[in-house]
Design a protein around this ligand. Sequence first.
Ligand SMILES: [Zn+2]
Ligand SMILES: [Zn+2]
Length: 182
Amino acid sequence: MPAPEDFGVEMVGVPAGAVIELDLRLEAVLEGVLVTGTATVPLEGECARCLDPISDTFEADFQELFVYPDTRSGGNAEDDEYRLEDDLIDLEPVLRDAVLLALPLSPLCRDDCPGLCAECGVRLADAEPDHHHDVADPRWAALHELTGGDAESAPSAPASPTGGSGGPGPRGTDRRERRQEG
Ligand SMILES: [Zn+2]
Ligand SMILES: [Zn+2]
């Protein structure tokens, strides 16, 4: 069957109109038709790390019961159950659940994709093995200047042990003596 529109997630999906292969088994059961199958879908997308195009195929297994219209399933989740309509089954919602929920949200071109250089944006897979930049982060430049200045003019020790020994006492007596003399 041709893939419907919007059959994918953000970074990877099945192109609209691409061929989805279905391998299906339909079984008559008491309440309806049990559909068991495998969908093989072509995938196209972008690597979440290096943005390279990804082209892949994906297989999803699914099994769903389609209940006869005139049958009360007595199921516990009647809102979620699928029903036969005019002897037809609508597989699209089943396929969406089976395929889209299984697709990776962050697809990778390969498991160990190194991504892009944060400095210059080059693909690290194409760059030299020791690709790096010596540029310092500009946010630290001012801090480097500050630490350099501090190191050269370190503050001297604040406490001089002789300062307090004389104290105001002797000086006071000196003044008193001078006043008395004067
Ligand atoms: Zn990649
Ligand atoms: Zn770089």
